[in-house]
Every structure is written in structure tokens, then in C-alpha cells.
Design a binder for this molecule. Structure first.
Ligand SMILES: *Cc1c(COP(=O)(O)O)cnc(C)c1O
Length: 378
């Protein structure tokens, strides 16, 4: 059996080697390392994949969130509502821009923000809500869109983990994650479902004026070289990364199928373990399985992780500490117990290996080992 990894970037490269090497050689031969033609080509291909939404690439997913907030002209002191169970980037850029992150709890079954709690924290200073489509499945957008429209606040989707997922509206329409709110922000960090060989990110919007502003801000606030209309940042997608991403984008649908196959395998072979809950699938979103995340009793979680590790099976905890318990984001009003679901999840979630290179022997070994762990504790 091949060694089991959380993600197998080397294995994936070996599979795509000739295509990737050719694409990289082309960039090296042309010498246009910044904003070469491959960047535009990748943006166009991704736009096509996202049903024609404007795509503006940038340096990474964190920048994508920051540039989105700059483009919507938020002012210091403005409040942005975010789930407290997420990656730190979401809160970080809000703080960096002098805005105020306002946390809300998530739902235990879906891991995404609890829409019913938005009303409690909306204020006159609220300018945006940032749903995070965690682990590969969309947050419930329809009620959120309703609240946002009523209160005149923007929605910025953090779809770093859900590129390729579709949100299903009650009237039957399906829209790609990241194209539903004013702006979607995604990441091409190597381990993401569409990963570069370094950092990369992109923003999506259906509004071409916003797209233009995003593009300007990502490139020093200039539309024309050496004319700076607004304060911007230096955040561009490398030509090399764009060339690599174009190759990988072509197999993204197949990669998704592979991830779904892994998830189905886990579903089938791990069902019936009483101490464990399998990922819940909602009817309003497809799932692209950035992570396959289980919930187990807090008393089992760390022992299970250690048991699997000594048997060559890595696992990850996303995320071990909710944002309000992080020193950098702690506020007096956010005492322990303020967000009981996120706090519970930080002690009970565990993500299993899931990627495009997994085979049946690895999966069967992982499932047997998990059964063995719980059998010993009966
Ligand atoms: C990865 C990730 C980001 C940040 O992306 P980077 O490219 O690493 O800056 C933001 N939000 C979420 C939910 C992520 O998973």
C-alpha cells in the first residue's frame, strides 16, 4: 500500500507531469513572469467554468477577501459578520482594514454559519456578511440573501474550500459557490481543490464595475500604468501559477468525482459506528469534499487521532480553536461559552485523508483501523 497522506501533491503532479511541465516550460521560454498571457487565459477558463462570472485573479485567498472589502469601500469601524468556526484569514483581513469582525456561531450539523443568529448581531454599522462554505459545502445562502437585501448589506462569499460546489435555490436554480453574493473570494493554496504550486487566489463577481475595481486594487490601484486612482495592493497571480492552474482546471470535474468516490467509500464503510457522526449533506448544496469531516465524542477525538497516526494514518483538526478564543481576536464580550457550537466542534471534529490519488486499499485500511479503534472501546 502507498503511504497515506492528507493530500498527495507529488502523486498528483506525477499523474499530470507532461502537461504541467510543458505549460511551465512555455512560461519560462516566454519570460513574461508577471501578467503573462497565461493569466488572462486562466481567468477566462475559470470564468467559463463559473458560468461567465467575472474572474479577477490575485496573489492568494486572504488577499482576495481583503481586496473584496476594499472594493466595496468599507470604512473603519464598519462591522462584518463572520462565522466563528473558520480559518483565521476571514477575520484577519477585517481587522487589518480597521473594520470590526462580529462573530456568530455555526450550525453543528453543517459547520456553516447559523443564519438564525444573523438578526441578533445586525446593527446600523453592519456592512457585510461573510458566509464561509466550509469543507466544500455551501452555507445556506437563500435566507442570507433575503436578510442582506432587506438590510442593504453586502455578501462576500469565502469559497476557498468550495470552488466547484453548487447552491440549489428553492425555485430550482443552481448557482456556483462564489458567484451568488456581491463578491466571492477563493484560494489556490496547493492543498485546495484547485491548487497551484505556490500561492494564488481569485475574486468572482457578476458586476462588471466591481470587477474593474477589484482588478485595479489588486494591481496598485492602477488601470493605466503609473496612474493610481485608488489605494491598492500588490497582489497578482504569477504567470507560472496561472499556467499550472489552467492545466489542473481541465481535470477539476474529474477530481471532484474522485473526491466524491472517496467520500462515498467512507460513508458506506464507516456507517453504523455509534460514537461517530458522518458528514451531513444538505439539500441546498452539492459537496466538493475539500474535507471529509467527522464528529466524534470529545473523549474519543484526540485518542482516535493518535491511534490512527501510530498506524500510518494522518488526520487533521480544522480548527482546534474558534476565533473568539484566539489571543489576537479575543474581546471581553466573547467569553468562553459565547459560541457553544463552535467551541464544541473544536473538540469534536476530525478530518480524514481525502484527495484525488487515494485508492481502495488505503481506504479499506483506514476504515478497518477506525472500526478497530472503536471496537476496543466498546
Ligand atoms: C485557505 C483559506 C483561506 C485563505 O487562502 P490563502 O490562499 O491561504 O490566503 C481563506 N478562507 C478559507 C476558509 C480557507 O480555507
Amino acid at each position: 500500500m502507498k503511504p497515506i497522506k492528507m493530500v498527495d501533491l507529488v502523486g498528483q503532479y506525477q499523474r499530470l507531469k507532461s502537461l504541467i511541465d510543458t505549460a511551465v516550460q512555455e512560461v519560462l521560454g516566454a519570460g513574461e513572469f508577471i501578467q503573462g498571457s497565461q493569466v488572462k487565459a486562466f481567468e477566462a477558463a475559470l470564468s467559463n467554468y463559473l458560468e461567465g462570472t467575472n474572474v479577477v485573479s490575485c496573489g492568494n485567498g486572504t488577499d482576495a477577501l481583503q481586496i473584496a472589502m476594499m472594493a466595496l469601500r468599507f470604512k473603519p469601524g464598519d462591522e462584518i459578520i463572520i462565522p466563528v468556526h473558520t480559518y483565521v484569514a476571514t477575520a484577519e483581513v477585517i481587522a487589518l482594514l480597521g473594520l470590526r469582525p462580529v462573530f456568530i456561531d455555526v450550525r453543528e450539523d453543517t459547520f456553516t454559519l447559523d443564519v438564525d443568529q444573523v438578526d441578533h448581531v445586525l446593527s446600523d454599522r453592519t456592512v457585510a456578511i461573510v458566509p464561509v462554505h466550509l469543507y466544500g459545502q455551501c452555507a445556506d445562502m437563500e435566507p442570507l440573501l433575503r436578510i442582506a437585501a432587506k438590510r442593504g448589506v453586502a455578501i462576500i462569499e469565502d469559497c476557498a474550500q468550495a470552488l466547484g460546489a453548487g447552491y440549489h435555490f428553492s425555485d430550482g436554480r443552481i448557482m456556483p459557490a462564489g458567484t451568488i453574493g456581491e463578491i466571492g473570494a477563493t484560494s489556490f493554496f496547493p492543498t485546495k481543490n484547485l491548487g497551484a504550486y505556490g500561492d494564488g487566489g481569485a475574486m468572482f463577481t457578476r458586476d462588471s464595475d466591481i470587477a474593474e475595481r477589484l482588478r485595479m486594487i489588486a494591481n496598485h490601484g492602477q488601470r493605466v500604468k503609473y496612474r493610481h486612482d485608488v489605494v491598492g495592493v500588490n497582489s497578482r497571480l504569477d504567470t507560472l501559477q496561472a499556467a499550472i492552474l489552467s492545466v489542473k482546471l481541465r481535470s477539476l470535474r474529474n477530481d471532484e468525482e474522485r473526491r466524491k468516490w472517496v467520500a462515498r467509500y467512507y460513508d458506506t464503510h464507516l456507517s453504523g459506528i455509534r460514537q461517530m457522526e458522518l458528514p451531513v449533506r444538505v439539500n441546498y448544496s452539492s459537496h466538493v469534499y475539500h474535507q471529509y469531516t467527522l464528529r466524534v465524542g470529545a473523549e474519543y477525538r484526540d485518542p482516535m487521532s493518535a491511534y490512527l497516526r501510530t498506524r500510518g494514518i494522518p488526520t487533521m483538526i480544522y480548527y482546534p480553536t474558534p476565533l473568539h478564543e484566539q489571543p489576537a481576536y479575543h474581546l471581553p464580550e466573547y467569553r468562553s461559552g459565547a459560541f457553544p457550537v463552535a467551541e464544541k466542534l473544536s473538540r469534536t471534529v476530525i478530518s480524514l485523508p481525502i484527495h484525488t490519488e487515494m485508492d481502495e486499499s488505503q481506504l479499506s485500511y483506514i476504515c478497518e483501523t477506525i472500526h478497530e479503534f472503536f471496537a476496543k472501546r466498546e
